[in-house]
Design a protein around this ligand. Structure first.
Ligand code: MG
Length: 397
């Protein structure tokens, strides 16, 4: 093993999203330990050019072809910048010779190929895109094992579990319980949910995040996806992964061992904490951007309540998909993405999201996937089926 370099050199896939912006805060606060060497985003090239100038980044990939052409025409990147285009460009960036670690924070399936390419190139992976493990956990974890690459979880709950499991054997774990805020409708009367609007659903009680994930918190599809993600990250059985309602979003997981002891991890509800942990791992360093919890100096109380599956049917559907295995989690994810997009566009009511996912899971074939192509085919079929189902529904009043 070569000696580790003084700075960990990072490629950031998804630089302009919510995780990307929080990552920039962490890197800016730890410039002695962290260096950005590559940036990628879907299309926001003006913001990418700003980040490239601020952090002195010379390698930049733009996924969208129109945005790539606009970026070239604008000439806003510093002289000496290499621009990479499209899906192939993201994979090139993910295997950059000077990179040590690739942080994957791109939405949806666009991160799959670059992540696999980075693993094959032996890069460390910090994983924020939960869809990758939900869709292709079997293939991503097999590649990571083969190339001896550790997957460092960036999602707050999984980062918490990772911290609790250090120094422990997974065989000694009875249950991993992920905490959930319950989202915008946690305290709404059930009968009001039928009339819930996108504006209502986007009012998250504790976390500030992008619109898709905020809707997924209101339905708890996000927690469902996270249970599936946890199963793959930590090598657990489906029935070992559970969720609990925790309105304060300060305790991020509960790991129960076979002897009845429970370990947990606490920090304020800000993504900068798990991002810093993953990027500096195994080192610890003062948090550069935010204050820690003032435990013992002011009053705190932490509540834990069982999840009501009548309020959050998408959590139960995720657990069923996880137990079914194969392509079922990919189908669940794809159907949910389509249904959430339709809800955000005002085309269908809130309760149509869970109904559409259930309908698609019931009406699609669930073959055992042999290759990544089988998963992508099931993903495409699930999207088409969900579109067809939703297009028959009347628009909300
Ligand atoms: Mg999370």
């Amino acid at each position: 093993m070569p000696p580790s370099p003084a700075k960990r050199r990072i490629v950031l896939l998804g630089a302009t999203g919510s995780i990307g912006e929080n990552t920039l805060k962490v890197v800016a606060a730890h410039r002695d330990r962290l260096e950005l060497v590559g940036l990628a985003a879907h299309g926001r090239h003006e913001r990418l050019a700003e980040i490239a100038r601020e952090f002195g980044v010379r390698h930049v990939a733009i996924h969208d072809a129109t945005a790539f052409a606009a970026a070239q025409a604008a000439g806003a990147f510093p002289a000496g910048t290499t621009l990479y285009q499209g899906a192939a460009g993201l994979s090139e960036l993910a295997t950059l010779a000077e990179a040590d670690l690739v942080l994957v924070a791109v939405v949806g399936t666009a991160g799959l190929e670059p992540t696999l390419a980075a693993i094959r190139a032996g890069k460390e992976i910090a994983l924020a895109s939960k869809e990758l493990l939900v869709m292709a956990g079997q293939f991503v974890t097999a590649a990571a094992r083969e190339h001896r690459v550790r997957l460092l979880p960036v999602d707050s709950e999984h980062n918490a579990v990772f911290q609790c499991l250090e120094g422990h054997a997974v065989a000694d774990v009875r249950r991993v319980i992920l905490t959930a805020s319950g989202g915008a409708f946690r305290d709404w009367p059930l009968e009001r949910l039928a009339g819930a609007t996108p504006q209502d659903a986007l009012k998250h009680p504790t976390w500030a995040m992008g619109p898709k994930i905020t809707i997924d918190c209101a339905t708890m599809a996000n927690k469902g996806l996270e249970l599936i993600e946890a199963q793959w990250l930590f090598g657990l059985r489906a029935e070992q992964c559970e969720a609990v309602l925790h309105p304060q979003s300060t305790v991020h997981c509960l790991v129960e061992f076979t002897d009845g002891s429970v370990l947990t991890q606490l920090c304020p509800p800000s993504m900068t904490f798990p991002i810093q942990h993953a990027l500096l791992h195994p080192e610890r360093s003062p948090h550069g951007t935010e204050a820690a919890l003032a435990l013992g100096r002011r009053e705190f109380s932490f509540d834990f309540r069982p999840v009501d599956l009548a309020r959050y049917p998408l959590l139960g559907l995720a657990q069923a998909a996880m137990r079914a295995g194969g392509v079922a989690p990919a189908v669940y994810n794809a159907a949910n993405e389509i249904a959430v997009a339709a809800f955000l566009a005002g085309r269908v009511p809130f309760l149509a999201i869970s109904a559409a996912v259930e309908h698609t899971l019931q009406h699609i074939a669930l073959p055992t996937p042999r290759t990544l192509a089988d998963i992508l085919a099931a993903d495409a079929e699930a999207r088409a089926l969900t579109h067809a189902h939703l297009s028959q529904l009347p628009a909300p009043r």
